[in-house]
Design a protein around this ligand. Structure first.
Ligand code: NAD
Ligand code: TDX
Length: 340
């Protein structure tokens, strides 16, 4: 039997990186190709335990480079494409939106063309709940797959645009696609510009933690390994053309998240500093995952078990995040925040 070939884009990043490791270990019978441009958010040191495996391959490429991508697809004849590669940080999309359109919209369109011309079995587009805009604080309202798209940031607008292209390639060309829209992920290898790893790394260094506005905005936290299992399921069992929301009902205010980390690490809440709010800051995200649960998915982490495991991981893997925050990240941090 010929081996299945799986192309994972963005596999040097946070979620794509966890997914590559999960798939390489779970499916020795699949060849897993990790395609990544290695931007500031990509790093391959996380893959030292799988890089020698026979079923893992790395390709350095830009998803928006049409010629390279078309040649690669023609040569390798992938069965599955799982598309994570993106510019992913909302704050960066506020200061520099252009690269978000190039990578998230144009890059996705190049991949869709390559997939369409090479008869793939499935294209899974990893999107976000942010495309739905924001919810109010009424705890009984949730995003479903039917919620209209109302993105508020340049990041979420670029993701919504890519979602619409994926949908159109299914309707127009019959491309076998799924779109997944997940809530905020957290877990190992989360880049320290995002709230949870930023807080853990700064608290461990006894540095101030910037909380936007009043800290009452709500996010719905999903452990990255529960997300990986969801994508594995959608890839194999998802009905072509369908959207699946991924989330585990773990809503917390930002302040609750920051205080949980501070108390777990035995530090003082004096480290919290309220700073200027994010522009267009979405109030609340919360996912109704019923459709995916009906397909057979169930999260295994609660926020309590997941955050404890994640904090421990950052304690055990200091060299990984210290190497990141000591480089170009310093300039980013100084420009983004004016902390005392
Ligand atoms: P990340 O920023 O950690 O990683 C993105 C990866 O994409 C990096 O390895 C980067 O080098 C690569 N990349 C960027 N531009 C590229 C290009 N032009 N060509 C090839 N590779 C390129 O992102 P993440 O947090 O792992 O998010 C992965 C996906 O999941 C994104 O599509 C994001 O929109 C989506 N998502 C993330 C979250 C979250 O909480 N992190 C939640 C919902 C959805
Ligand atoms: O320094 C900070 N202070 C702060 O209060 C940062 C970085 C964030 N925040 C707040 C803003 C948000 O309400 O914390 C919340 C979480 O912020 P981020 O970690 O930047 O995530 P968010 O903007 O919610 O987006 C994330 O989830 C959806 C991912 O980065 C996106 O890629 C994904 O689509």
């Amino acid at each position: 039997m010929t081996r299945k070939k799986l192309l994972v884009t963005g596999g040097a990043g946070f979620i794509g990186g966890n997914f590559v490791q999960y798939m390489v270990n779970k499916y020795p019978q699949y060849d897993i190709y990790n395609l990544d441009l290695l931007t500031y958010a990509g790093d391959l040191t996380k893959h030292k335990e799988i890089q020698e495996k026979d079923n893992y391959f790395f390709v350095k490429a830009d998803i928006a480079d049409r010629e390279t991508i078309l040649n690669l697809f023609e040569k390798e004849q992938f069965d599955y494409v799982i598309h994570f590669a993106a510019e992913s940080h909302v704050d960066r999309s506020i200061t520099d939106p252009e690269v978000f359109v190039r990578t998230n919209v144009m890059g996705t369109q190049v991949l869709l063309d390559a997939a369409r011309l090479n008869n793939i079995t499935k294209f899974v587009h990893v999107s976000t709940d942010e495309v739905y805009g924001e919810l109010d604080f009424n705890p009984t309202t949730f995003f479903t797959e039917e919620t209209p798209l109302q993105p508020n940031s340049p990041y979420s607008a670029s993701k919504a645009s890519s979602d619409l292209l994926v949908r159109a390639y299914h309707e127009t060309f019959g491309l076998p696609v799924n779109i997944t829209r997940c809530s905020n992920n957290y877990g190992p290898y989360h880049f320290p510009e995002k709230l949870i790893p930023l807080t853990i790394s700064r608290v461990l260094n006894d540095e101030k933690v910037p909380v936007y506005g009043d800290g009452k905005n709500i996010r719905d936290w999903l452990h990255v390994l529960d997300h990986c299992a969801a994508i594995d399921l959608v890839m194999h069992e998802g009905i072509n053309g369908e959207v699946y929301n991924v989330g585990g009902h773990n809503e917390r205010t930002n302040l609750e998240v920051v205080k949980t980390i501070i108390s777990t690490l035995g530090k003082s809440e004096d480290l919290i500093e309220f700073v200027k709010d994010r522009l267009g800051h979405d109030k609340r995200y919360a996912i109704d995952p019923t459709k995916l649960e009906n397909l057979g998915w169930k999260p295994t982490y609660t926020f309590e078990t997941g955050i404890a495991q994640t904090i421990q991981w950052y304690l055990d893997n200091k060299e990984w995040w210290e190497q990141i925050i000591s480089g170009e990240y310093q300039n980013y941090f100084q420009n983004q925040y004016s902390l005392k």
